[in-house]
Structures are given as C-alpha cells and as structure tokens.
Design a protein around this ligand. Structure first.
Ligand code: PEP
Ligand code: MN
Length: 277
C-alpha cells in the first residue's frame, strides 16, 4: 500500500489508511471536517476584548466561516509579549461563538489548563510548540472532544503523524491535522508552507488535514493565494486569522486580515481554478 517514500511508518498504525478510500470525518458541533465540503475556521489570533471577538465572530459567520477560532492561552516567544486573557478569554470566545452560532476552537498549552479549556471549547487546539508534548498528548487522548493538531515548527511528516498516533492510540479518534508551515533555510517568509506534505498526508492518513495560511506565511497579502492553493491540493479546510483592525492586533498583526479582506478571500475560494488553454 505504501510507496518507498512513505514506508517509514508501520501499516499497523491507526493514523494510516487501511484502504485507499478510508476517510475520517470529524464532527465539531454540527460541522463536519473531512467530508465533501471544505471548512473555513476563522477568528482572531488572540481574544483581546469582548467587542473585538464578538464583532469578528459575526463578521466571519456572515462571510461563511463554519467555526470560530481565538487564542486565550497564548504561546508567545517573548515573556514580555501579550500572553492572552486566559479564562476571561475563554469566556469571551464562548460568548462570541454563541452569539454567532459557531462552534469554537482554542489552544491549550498545558495539562493543567486542559479541564477548564474543555469546559468552554468545542475543539481543542494543540499548538505547533506543543506537538511533541507527549504528556499533554496522552491527556488529550482521554478527553471526549475533537482535537486540532498543528504540525510542529520543525517536525517531519513522520513525527507529526506519530504525535497524532499518541492521541488515537490513547482512545481519542477525533483528530484533525493542521499544516501551518515549517522552518526551512529560507527566511523570506515566517515559515515555508509544505503543500506537498498536505497531499502526502492525505494519501497516507485517513485523518482530515487543514492548512493555516496565516502562520504559514506571516504575511497578509499571501493569505488568499495560499488558501486557494490549500483547497486545490486537497486540504479539508483552512484556519485563518481575522481581526477588526489587524494593524492594532496584540499578536500576529502582520498576518491577520480584516473583515473586508476575509469576505474577498471567501469569494475567491468559491471561484473555479484558472481554465487550461
Ligand atoms: C495560533 O494558532 O495562534 C498559533 C499560535 O499557532 P501555531 O501553534 O501554529 O504557531
Ligand atoms: Mn497567531
């Protein structure tokens, strides 16, 4: 079943396809990820205030997003940067999700915060920096919530799938993988988006795979083209950072798009690819 490039993983692993058409559909509230339709998850990098997150939730819903994102516990490179609103942020995100009738996804950074995050979130995000936090993965395996597992900053496809394997093997089969760019020699963008890796993982694994053009590029003007490329390559959806005033955002300002840009991105995702001569 596996070709030479992919034979690094035992066929017994739970994340791998047993048959060519094996597909897992992960339900988040009423939303299916991995089915016929591509799913758009959108919202701010960080929950900053009630107005900000509610306004964003209503705007992305209006443009067609199916799930609301927003960070309350933020993994920041510098301890002097905004660390997120914590529990207050979770409450605001939940309120915004309820108002817009959207399920919510948010990151958990530690085992300690897992129970409280589970009380509020419909889907739990494991961030890139925690992809190999094995103690956290083992705890995540025991919860009854869907999980968004981001690819680590410098993780190989094998390491990423093995991280997912921890969760499945421990008893939670509701895992969605997320390619968010990896570190390479090229520093002209924040990261390098591994689109071929997305196609490879779709071939190897039955799990849904989505793409995060925001963290993959770090650059507002590249969100739409990379989102289109993600869908074209077979991703089951995208997760995009949206902010009412991106230039004032407390985190990831350069990569967040405003409501207008989000609406335009959604319109261009609906257009067919360029015709061939
Ligand atoms: C995020 O989604 O805001 C985030 C911190 O993502 P990543 O873990 O991919 O860097
Ligand atoms: Mn971010």
């Amino acid at each position: 079943m596996l070709d030479a490039a992919s034979s690094f993983i035992s066929e017994n692993f739970l994340t791998l396809k047993k048959r060519p058409n094996d597909r897992t559909i992960v339900k988040v509230g009423h939303v299916s990820i991995g089915g016929e339709k591509a799913v758009v998850i959108a919202g701010p990098c960080s929950v900053e205030s009630k107005e900000q997150v509610i306004e964003t939730a209503l705007a992305v819903k209006r443009s067609g997003a199916a799930i609301l994102r927003g960070g309350a516990y933020k993994p920041r490179t510098s301890p002097y940067d905004f660390q997120g609103l914590g529990l207050e942020g979770l409450k605001l995100l939940k309120e915004a999700g309820d108002r817009a009738e959207l399920p919510i996804v948010t990151e958990v950074m530690s085992e300690e915060d897992l129970p409280i995050v589970c009380d509020y979130a419909d889907m739990i995000q494991i961030g890139a920096r925690n992809m190999q936090n094995f103690a956290l993965l083992k705890k995540i395996a025991k919860i009854r919530k869907p999980v968004l597992l981001k690819r680590g900053l410098s993780a190989t496809i094998k390491e990423w799938l093995l991280a997912a394997e921890y969760i499945l093997q421990g008893g939670n089969e509701r895992v969605v993988l997320c390619e968010r760019g990896i570190r390479t020699f090229d520093n002209s963008l924040r990261n390098t988006l591994d689109l071929a890796g997305v196609a490879l993982v779709k071939e190897l694994s039955h799990l849904p795979v989505i793409v995060d053009p925001s963290h993959a590029t770090g650059k507002r003007s590249l969100i739409t083209p990379t989102a289109k490329a993600a869908i074209a390559v077979g991703a089951d959806g995208i997760i995009v950072e949206v902010h009412p005033q991106p230039e004032k955002a407390l985190s990831d300002s350069a990569q967040q798009i405003d409501f207008n840009e989000f609406e335009n991105m959604m319109q261009s995702l609906k257009k067919p690819l360029r015709e061939l001569l």
